[in-house]
Ligand binder design. Structure first.
Ligand code: NAD
Ligand code: DAU
Length: 340
């Protein structure tokens, strides 16, 4: 198969490319990425010369560029990871999220219709379901949970999900959607909770915890997410949504304290700062459907995965230090400067 992977220079897309170029040498992966602040060619270093890998720098919202690409490559499968993905950035600059996440998805869907594909897969998020109350640990997101978004980011992701389902119903485009919980692991951009806390703790810098730190996220090791997507594009049923998650719920404070403990640092580094506007309280996925239909189950527990992740950040300091010393430094100062 010829597979277009958009957003493959980012965190999850990058892990997907690194895994699948090796796992499926019979497939060709064409990585399409605009290389925004979150895209990083260093992530793809290990596969850049592989015979079944090709990189194309392009914006998924650029209709002409996508038309040319699809006409030349005639892909069998398209997996859309490309997105603006950080909730905090969506609060300060929503427009970019509409452009990439909604318009970009629409442009890809039109190209798929025009040139014909066997599968379009949309990488979505559990955030489209909104949040769950902290005092109801018995509640989980299923594929039937109504969409009920909180941030411009999650609203843009829900919009793109609806577009994908509309192209299935109206045009019969063969689509699938996955909605995953919070990922962590190697190559995670250090603006997100886990890599930010690891990098700051290693540099003995304050650890900014929003509100009381009691919000709950359901953490999944990134490779488990990638394997689930690989199963869905091969064996998932067209027109279906699959939730992905591994029942690894932790409060943010628990996560931060685990990182501090693993690195032998002091809890005095923790700073409770102003809360995120509209902050979702709890995410928790019910993964019964993907388990029963496709036999997917996570293989890495949070306790194992966080150790592996911390080790990766210790062993790959250049990867994240290059980011911290670049344009990201300005974002960090604007975002946290007055809060810390
Ligand atoms: P990321 O921000 O690390 O990477 C996004 C990638 O997309 C970057 O390489 C960036 O350069 C590229 N990109 C951005 N705009 C583009 C455009 N207009 N055209 C082409 N490329 C563009 O994001 P991530 O954390 O790897 O998330 C990947 C996908 O998974 C997103 O769709 C996100 O909504 C979804 N998701 C993320 C998580 C998570 O915990 N990180 C969980 C569930 C779902
Ligand atoms: O659930 C899936 C989603 O997970 C994905 O769709 C998003 O792309 C991804 O960014 C992630 O969203 P979150 O908002 O949950 O992730 P983030 O790492 O930004 O924050 C995790 C939690 O930690 C959240 O409750 C906010 C809190 N937080 C975050 C940062 C950056 C802090 O307390 N301090 C911080 O500095």
């Amino acid at each position: 198969m010829k597979i277009i992977v958009t957003g493959g220079a980012g965190f999850i897309g990058g892990n997907y490319v690194l895994l699948m170029v090796k796992k499926h040498p019979e497939d060709t992966i064409i990585c399409v990425d605009a290389l925004t602040y979150a895209g990083n060619m260093e992530t793809l270093e290990a596969v850049k010369d592989a015979p079944n890998f090709k990189f194309v720098k392009a914006d998924i919202a650029d209709r002409e560029a996508m038309d040319k690409l699809f006409a030349e490559e005639k892909p069998d499968v398209v997996i859309n990871f490309a997105a603006e993905s950080h909730v905090d950035r969506s609060i300060t600059n929503p427009e970019l999220f509409l452009q990439t996440n909604i318009i970009g998805t629409g442009v890809l869907l039109d190209a798929c219709r025009k040139y014909g594909i066997t599968r379009y897969h949309q990488v979505s998020t559990d955030e489209v379901y909104g949040d769950l109350p902290l005092d109801r640990p018995d509640l989980f997101f299923t594929e039937e949970t109504p969409l009920h978004t909180s941030s411009p980011y999650s609203a843009s992701k829900a919009s793109s999900d609806l577009l994908v389902l509309a192209y299935y119903r109206t045009y019969g485009l063969p689509v699938t959607i996955s909605r995953c919980s919070n990922n962590y692991g190697p190559y995670h951009f250090p603006e997100k909770l886990i890599p930010l806390m690891i990098a700051n703790a290693l540099n003995d810098k304050p650890l900014p915890v929003y509100g009381k730190g009691d919000n709950v996220r359901d953490w999944l090791y990134v490779e488990d997410h990638c394997i689930a997507i690989d199963m869905i594009i091969r064996n998932g049923k067209v027109g279906e949504v699959y939730n992905i998650g591994g029942h690894n719920e932790r409060t943010n404070l628990e996560v931060v304290k685990t990182i501090i403990r693993e690195l032998g640092k002091s809890e005095d580094l923790i700073r409770f700062v102003e809360d995120r506007a509209g902050h979702d309280r709890r995410y928790a996925i019910d993964p019964t459907k993907i388990k029963n239909e496709l036999g997917w189950e996570p293989t890495t527990t949070f306790d194992e995965g966080i150790k592996m992740t911390i080790k990766w950040y210790l062993d790959n300091k250049t990867w994240w230090e290059n980011i911290l010393s670049g344009e990201y430094a300005n974002y960090y100062d604007k975002m946290y400067g007055e809060k810390l």
